[in-house]
Design a protein around this ligand. Structure first.
Ligand code: C2O
Ligand code: CU
Ligand code: CU
Length: 550
């Protein structure tokens, strides 16, 4: 093993993410290898496809409208790789399917949607703060053969957002079918980072779209609706475990979990099985104030993380795999009638453990089996993307110590709203209710700050809770399961991925997550949004409530 290689493998020896003290990549010792079972390392048989990177047109092609109007046609797709549906756009002689919209903060967006599907659809700009009429949720969907004009200004911080349909009851199938695209909002923080690290979109800055699928296409049964749709394979930008040939420099990966229901525990591993740390620089809605060095991070449906991978000390021939690591998917909803005696309730932070049946030696609960998912159960380890070091270049850059400014929302005067996630009478519910378009059980006052205490029952499963219209801050986590608590970075129980602006937050069984929301709104009149689980089967099943801002 060369000296360079050993440098490259330097890791920090702790699971939780650490602040970077001055230098970007301090020598903090050697990490434990990350989990017992090595995952499928990608292309063990020597065969793999190269990572698909969107070009200036075509599938996910980058399109900077610069204020110009766009027409988007929701329709079937031919030759869209694994996807059969998408948004077609023609602009200045170029044709796109699901274009990556590159937008400047402050820029106006005008998009005319035409629905050429056999189903109602709509467009939701996930993570963008828009008025109700542009949000695609609390307005009637666009019927087949009809159209709708979206017009709004980009008010949000620089980050990776995404768009997808939101017609109640049809969202899961349409997203699985391929109806989604990325939105890159650029602002001064973004430009400063790209400048400091010499990042070029499509070359050294690459968006990764994770989606697990079943080849047979979307057909959710009762089990899928209960747990969420899990695929039997996972695609990264449309391919199973592709590779990317890289040079000795820093790469930026902006990862979107576009899966209907699956959560990933993302980490990096070298060919000899060691965990390789990454630098977390951003979350759903923009850059963190300061970078954090991490070994792994959970990523739930609809969440994004922005990470840097430093390969500048790697040797030609080294390879690193981005993987999802083994974790307990905690599908405890299946254990409602089987007493989960083998589960360590204390460690998992359960407030009121069900009594253990006296004297019964229960077999260990097989969470992977409970999480279903057939060939690829949730929580099973798998390689996602292989980085192959192929070129040595001269590259000297340091990760800036400050990336952005994040002012904490002042919560001392805030009223607290309890929100309970649970299952009853065959449906997932929030505060015992299911969604009705005509109802807004959450009524908030404009220009006020609230904290929401989102509590998930123990006999539940993780729920990725998403709010439209507003970004929020995670204030703290309580009674987190052990595998989550192991990643906490502060006294409040927050994870590194809780430190930035968020629009979606994963709440584990038995856990309580407190978020702060500032309901200051630039749009006049009453506005309505939704708060829902982004497990799309749960969303379609009604695990969603209307939110009214008056
Ligand atoms: Cu990405 Cu209401 O959704
Ligand atoms: Cu959204
Ligand atoms: Cu859910």
């Amino acid at each position: 093993m060369s000296g360079r290689r050993r440098d490259f493998l330097k890791t920090m020896g702790a699971l939780a993410c650490a602040a970077l003290p001055g230098r970007a990549f301090p020598d903090l010792g050697t990490a434990p290898s990350a989990g017992a079972r090595p995952p499928d390392m990608c292309a063990a048989n020597g065969v793999s496809t190269s990572l698909f990177i969107p070009g200036p047109q075509g599938l996910f092609g980058r399109l900077a409208p610069g204020g110009a109007p766009l027409a988007m046609r929701a329709a079937a797709v031919d030759g869209g790789g694994p996807w059969t549906l998408g948004f077609h756009v023609e602009h200045r002689g170029a044709r796109y399917v699901n274009p990556t919209l590159v937008l400047q903060r402050g820029e106006p967006v005008n998009i005319a949607l035409a629905n050429a599907l056999q189903q109602p659809t709509s467009m939701h700009w996930h993570g963008l703060a828009v008025a109700t009429r542009n949000d695609g949720s609390m307005i009637p969907p666009v019927e087949p053969g009809k159209g709708y004009d979206y017009a709004f200004d980009v008010r949000d911080r620089g980050s990776l957002y995404w768009y997808h349909p939101h017609p109640h009851g049809f969202t899961a199938g349409q997203v699985h079918g391929g109806m989604f695209g990325l939105i890159e909002v650029e602002d001064d923080d973004e430009r400063a980072l790209r400048g400091a690290l010499d990042l070029m979109p499509g070359r050294s800055e690459i968006a990764l779209l994770l989606q697990d699928r079943r080849s047979a296409g979307y057909a959710a049964n009762d089990t899928d609706r209960m747990h969420g749709w899990l695929g039997d394979h996972v695609l990264v930008n449309g391919a199973v475990c592709p590779h990317l040939d890289v040079a000795t420099r820093i790469y930026r990966f902006r990862v979107l979990n576009a899966s209907n229901a699956r959560t990933y525990l993302l980490g990096l591993r070298s060919a000899d099985g060691k965990s390789v740390p990454f630098t977390l620089i951003g979350t759903d809605a923009g850059l963190l104030a300061a970078p954090r060095r991490c070994e792994q991070a959970f990523l739930a449906s609809a969440e994004r993380i922005d990470i840097l991978v430093d390969l500048s000390d790697a040797a030609i021939g080294d390879s690193v795999v981005l993987e999802t690591r083994a974790f307990d998917p905690m599908h405890m909803e299946s254990s409602m009638d089987a007493a989960p005696a083998a589960v360590d309730h204390e460690a998992m932070g359960h407030a009121m453990p069900p009594p253990a049946p006296a004297g019964s030696a229960q077999p260990a609960v097989d969470h992977a089996a409970m999480g279903h998912g057939g060939a690829f159960p949730e929580g099973a380890p798998k390689g996602l993307l292989q980085l192959r070091v192929r070129e040595r270049i001269a590259y000297v850059a340091a990760v800036p110590a400050r990336l952005s400014t994040i002012a904490p929302i002042a919560v001392s005067q805030a009223a607290e709203r309890p929100l309970r996630l649970g299952f009853a009478k065959g449906r997932w519910r929030i505060n015992d209710r299911v969604f009705a378009m005509s109802e807004t059980p959450i009524a908030v006052q404009r220009n006020t700050v609230e904290t929401w205490l989102i509590r998930n029952y123990f006999n539940s499963m993780p729920h990725a809770m998403h709010l439209h219209g507003f970004h929020f801050q995670v204030v703290g986590r309580e009674t987190s399961p052990a595998q989550v608590a192991a990643l906490k970075v502060d006294e409040a129980g927050r994870l590194a991925t809780d430190l930035g602006w968020k629009d979606t937050v994963l709440v584990w069984p038995g856990e309580s997550v407190r978020i702060a929301i500032d309901f200051t709104l630039p749009f006049a009149g009453e506005q309505t949004y939704v708060f829902h689980c982004h497990n799309l089967e749960h969303e379609d099943g009604g695990m969603m409530l209307g939110v009214k801002v008056t």
